[in-house]
Design a protein around this ligand. Structure first.
Ligand SMILES: NC(=O)c1ccc[n+]([C@@H]2O[C@H](COP(=O)([O-])OP(=O)(O)OC[C@H]3O[C@@H](n4cnc5c(N)ncnc54)[C@H](O)[C@@H]3O)[C@@H](O)[C@H]2O)c1
Length: 350
């Protein structure tokens, strides 16, 4: 895999948690970014706008509010920009919702829109977000990219696995170089309020009970967002060439982006309690549909390719998150209200 230079990157989902961090990092590196996002209300839109405020006005940054499912408009935007690389992060995220339609719309139709656009513009590299959830209830850990992934336990996971197959077909049929990123529970500043670490922080701070599914007996490979971004940035300039596979060659590769160091949920909560300075009130509940008992990334492929793998210990990452959280919600200590309450139970995975 050779390193190829890139100057202009189109980032879908730029107002989202990962899209914001990636855009921020690319701008720091002097790379131009066109951010696209529909700013939907899946969670607090104010948080998405606040992320964008930190990007607006920076040299090399442009943002357009658009829905990627509207293929003609999206293609028009991309054509006017001529990106070297497209990083596709826009998606209906979260494993818990029982309504499949928003997932089908943004994750299947939206992904096809992005593939078609990249094919038509002959984009040099499409990098897209998949998810550790594709491993479903696989029992053999750590999870390796070549493990079977045919038994999703959520519809979200099914859409992410579908994306991998769709990318594989475009790489084969049209020679579109594609890289899939199986993210393992990313967390950090400017994170997602629908995820457990965020809502736990709010609830512990306010003295409200937190719900621990499977009694907290779950292992999660929590990955600090800046580590994931480092891995992604290193991959951007390395579009896959024609890899030999049993079926011929393909210009498609998939990478686990995880910390390779799973933590028990109960230990995670303990760490959060010590950062917040308050004990959690715990409500122990059974396993939820869509959840899996363990996620654990084997990152040897990533390390061999970019000479890096995420490694921030949870204690350090959570300290950074709680510092940001206090600052953002203007609390010196415990006790605050979070705008935009989340109605469904928080997701351990995304
Ligand atoms: N955060 C994690 O732990 C995690 C884990 C695994 C996979 N992922 C994947 O990584 C990607 C980024 O996740 P995130 O945590 O930043 O999520 P996020 O929800 O914060 O960001 C996604 C962004 O995409 C936008 N979006 C959704 N549908 C759109 C559409 N049709 N058109 C335009 N914009 C649209 C949303 O408004 C949002 O700002 C997603 O694909 C997600 O599935 C994230």
């Amino acid at each position: 895999m050779t390193m190829q230079p890139f100057r202009r990157v189109l980032v879908t989902g730029a107002a989202g948690f990962v899209g914001y961090h990636l855009s921020d990092r690319l701008l720091h590196e002097g790379v131009e970014v066109l951010g696209v996002d529909d700013l939907n209300a899946y969670y607090d839109v104010g948080l998405k706008e606040d992320r964008l405020c930190r990007l607006h006005g920076r040299e090399g940054f442009r943002f357009v509010r658009a829905d990627i499912v509207e293929t003609d408009r999206f293609l028009e935007l991309a054509r006017g920009y001529s990106p070297d690389v497209v990083v596709h992060l826009a998606a209906q995220a979260g494993v818990r919702s029982t309504d499949p339609w928003p997932y089908a719309r943004s994750n299947l139709n939206g992904f096809l829109s992005v593939l078609e656009c990249c094919r038509e513009l002959r984009v040099g590299h499409l990098v897209y977000a998949s998810s550790s959830s594709v491993y479903g209830a696989n029992r053999f850990a750590p999870f390796r990219e070549e493990d079977p992934v045919d038994h999703p336990v959520s519809f979200y996971a099914a859409t992410k696995r579908s994306n991998e197959l769709m990318a594989e077909s475009y790489a084969k049929l049209h020679g579109l170089p594609c890289t899939g990123l199986r993210f393992f529970t990313l967390y950090g500043p400017w994170g997602r309020p629908d995820m457990a670490y965020y809502s736990f922080t709010r609830d512990i701070s306010e003295g409200r009970a937190i719900r621990l599914f499977n009694g907290g007996d779950m292992l999660r490979d929590f990955t600090f967002v800046s580590d994931a971004i480092e891995a992604v940035v290193r991959l951007l300039g390395r579009p896959p060439g024609g890899q030999e596979t049993v079926d011929g060659t393909t210009a498609h590769r998939i990478f686990n982006i995880g910390n390779a160091s799973p933590v028990r949920l109960a230990d995670f909560v303990e760490c959060l309690e010590s950062e917040i300075g308050r004990k959690a009130v715990k409500e122990l509940l059974p396993m939820q549909p869509g959840d899996v008992p363990v996620t654990y990334a084997d990152t040897s492929r990533l390390r061999a390719t970019v000479d890096y793998a995420p490694n921030t210990p949870i204690a350090i990452g959570l300290r950074r998150f709680v510092e940001w959280y206090r600052n953002y919600h203007c609390v010196a200590d415990s006790g605050l209200s979070l705008p935009g309450e989340v109605s469904s139970p928080p997701a351990m995975m995304a």
